[in-house]
Design a protein around this ligand. Structure first.
Ligand SMILES: Cc1ncc(COP(=O)(O)O)c(C=O)c1O
Length: 353
């Protein structure tokens, strides 16, 4: 069986975890701080705040930007549910804008008509590792004084106009879930150049406290452990290598699948890090049958857009977002992770052509 995802863990990660376990300090401490500094340095921001999931990163970033009940936040519905839920966690309202049919990312041309006097932020998702059109988004945000919180959960190391995603908007949010381009098993990170967001995020992560048992605001326990951070430090050293192999695998797949399937389209002036390699096809059920016969893992990201989920239907969402709805029946993600061999790649291509 060729799995759709496989974490790449070496001796270095094992040793780093053992070192932490033997140190006696396993909750958030110096190793987390080192990981934050190294991650901020890699992304190119002044600050990074480590947390225990990408979902927590999104919620904290929005709260730190001051998103509160009554506010509206614009996002796209073709994403993992955590993106929109993080807006609900702040008591605010997700407002959905349809996606671009080639990149599956938010379509900046459709944002203007959804802006109201309650709109406070845009939450674009760099889906599958492909950057959003950040120039256009930044222009809209400047014109309407909106925050931009980037959902970079799938895009560690991806660049837009030579800048790493997560360093372009007011804050970037990363996930280190096991299948991501780099992992800490579970974990997340907020990146920002804003001192204000940094200071608030640090408080919200830790029960509103900087000095133990003195609490300035209402907060949560969203802390990362030293064990997770130790894995993260080792993974970060290898991230560029992992991404290079993902890009090379994707380039090979595209060279063979072009003309037969809708192959991934990379946003102009960007580098895509291929968290997923996602094709489009009108014959998805048939392709899935072949993949199953060939013992090849696959996934559908995502089979139901967020506004169509039961929970959002119960909240009263009745949007008509045709590109998201069509994409959810046509997309199919194939293995692209760096553990694939040339033999695996040949087998994938042969099976679906
Ligand atoms: C686009 C997107 N946003 C947010 C998240 C949430 O991250 P986590 O699973 O670490 O909470 C994910 C993770 O799957 C994601 O893919």
């Amino acid at each position: 069986m060729i799995p759709i995802a496989k974490p790449w863990i070496d001796k270095e990660e094992e040793q780093a975890v053992v070192n932490v376990l033997r140190s006696g300090n396993i909750a958030q401490g110096k190793v987390v701080e080192d990981f934050e500094n190294q991650f901020a340095n890699y992304i190119g921001t002044k600050y990074a705040i480590a947390v225990n999931s990408g979902t927590a990163a999104l919620q904290i970033a929005l709260m730190s930007a001051g998103i509160k009940p009554g506010d509206e936040v614009i996002t796209s519905p073709f994403s993992f549910i955590a993106t929109a839920n993080s807006i609900l966690f702040c008591g605010a309202k997700p407002v959905f804008v349809d996606i671009d049919e080639e990149t599956y990312n938010i379509n900046p041309d459709l944002i203007k008509e959804k802006i109201t006097n309650k709109t406070k932020a845009i939450l674009p998702i760099h889906l599958y590792g492909n950057p959003c059109k950040m120039d256009e988004l930044m222009e809209i945000s400047k014109k309407h004084s909106l925050f931009i919180i980037e959902d970079a959960a799938q895009a560690h190391g991806a660049e837009y106009q030579s800048k790493k995603v997560g360093s372009i908007g007011d804050a970037g949010c990363f996930s280190f879930y096991a299948t991501k381009n780099m992992t800490t098993s579970e974990g997340g990170m907020i990146t920002t150049n804003s001192k204000d967001i940094f200071e608030k995020a640090r408080l919200i992560r830790n029960h509103g406290s900087l000095i133990r048992y003195y609490h300035q605001i209402l907060g949560y326990n969203f802390r990362m452990t030293e064990i997770c951070a130790a894995i993260g430090i080792e993974q970060l050293k290898k991230l560029d290598k992992f991404n290079k192999v993902r890009v090379s695998n994707a380039t090979f797949l595209s060279s063979k699948l072009e003309g037969k399937y809708a192959i991934p389209k990379i946003t102009n002036n960007s580098s895509h890090v291929f968290h997923q390699y996602t094709i489009g096809t009108k014959n998805r059920a048939e392709v899935i049958k072949r993949l199953e016969f060939g013992q090849i893992g696959y996934a559908i990201f995502y089979p139901l857009p967020i506004h169509k989920q039961e929970f959002y239907q119960n909240l009263g969402y009745r949007d008509n977002l045709p590109i998201s709805e069509l994409s959810s029946v046509e997309v199919l993600s194939l293995p692209v992770h760096p553990k694939l061999s040339q033999e695996d790649l040949d087998h994938i291509v042969k099976t679906i052509i």
